[in-house]
Design a protein around this ligand. Structure first.
Ligand SMILES: O=P(O)(O)OC[C@H]1O[C@](O)(COP(=O)(O)O)[C@@H](O)[C@@H]1O
Ligand SMILES: [Mg+2]
Ligand SMILES: [Mg+2]
Length: 295
């Protein structure tokens, strides 16, 4: 499929329209909702609000057959036909929502799959994310490449979208890195790699994958949420986080790995599966794979 795929365009239209609404709703939703999600994590009121808004907007799109969310145990049937004439949309409604309390960046991650979930990243036909930073931007990746838009509400329920970069590529000379998890919980081989990278690049870690990956897309470098000693699958979810981010970064000329293999090739057993994610400039990801293989 290409960027002219009308279903993909309609999906990102719907995501763009929800973005100012989600942003406007956040000030009153910086508290815990009192529920846990299928990954066993505490859900913020903002997570639930974004999930509901996106579910309504996306299940209304013709050609979306299924809506799957980090916040929901099961897929929402939106008319079926996934893999025939409809897509499955997988959403992380608010990525980095623990940043709500501290008022730091967060976003919405979108994966458009041509197969019912669980699927592999090879079934993605497009992916993107909204980043709620000082301004709201949306990254959209498909077969044609990666673009960045600025999204602004028009005050009337609509949005204006301006493409600010129509062929986003990872800079060749990397500048930044961001690695998640507590350092004492890192395996020794990853720690040794991190010690090398610390000498070469500047630390940029904000605790929201979309914000930290956007640093890498903008300045070049590497983001990781690694395997941890007591959590060999790391923290991030394959369907909602790792696959869409891997797709975007690879379309921008970078690489994405689970430490051994391309993320997009990893078979998923359940939609809420976790996976270690290492993503950024190809040479840095290859070095990481070598470092992990040497232990
Ligand atoms: O707080 P930690 O352990 O550094 O984890 C940060 C990671 O967790 C996440 O917040 C998980 O995403 P959710 O907020 O969607 O659960 C990532 O965005 C981020 O990379
Ligand atoms: Mg997330
Ligand atoms: Mg989330």
């Amino acid at each position: 499929m290409t960027e002219t795929d009308p279903i993909v365009e309609a999906i990102f239209d719907a995501v763009a329209v929800t973005a100012p609404e989600i942003r406007a709703a956040l000030p009153g939703r910086r508290v815990e909702s009192g529920t846990d999600n299928p990954s066993g994590e505490s859900v913020m009121a903002g997570d639930l609000y974004a999930d509901e808004l996106l579910a309504d907007a996306l299940t209304a799109v013709d050609g979306v057959g299924s809506f799957v969310s980090e916040e929901r145990e099961a897929a929402v049937d939106a008319g079926g036909g996934v893999g025939e004439d409809a897509y499955a949309v997988a959403i992380d409604p608010l990525d980095g929502s623990s940043n709500l309390r501290s008022n730091n960046a967060m976003g919405t991650v979108v994966g458009v799959y041509d197969a019912p979930l669980p699927a592999t990243g090879r079934d993605l036909v497009a992916a993107g994310y909204v980043l709620y930073g000082p301004i709201t931007t949306m990254i959209v990746a498909d077969d044609d490449g990666v673009r960045e838009e600025v999204v602004e509400g028009d005050g009337d329920g609509g949005v204006s979208r301006s493409v600010v970069e129509d062929d986003l590529r990872l800079p060749e000379d990397p500048l930044v890195y961001g690695f998640g998890g507590r350092v004492p919980d890192w395996p020794d081989d990853f720690t040794a790699y991190a010690r090398e990278i610390e000498d070469e690049l500047k630390l940029r870690y904000g605790g929201a994958m979309v914000g930290d990956v956007n640093q890498v897309l903008t300045y070049g470098g590497i983001f990781a949420y690694p395997a941890l000693v007591d959590a060999p699958d790391g923290k991030l979810r394959l369907s909602f986080e790792a696959n869409p981010i891997a797709y975007i970064v690879e379309k921008a000329g970078g690489a994405a790995s689970n430490g051994e293999t391309d993320i997009l090739d990893v078979e998923s057993e359940g939609v809420h599966d976790r996976i270690p994610l290492y993503v950024g400039n190809e040479a840095l990801v290859e070095r990481l794979e070598d470092a992990l293989a040497n232990e």
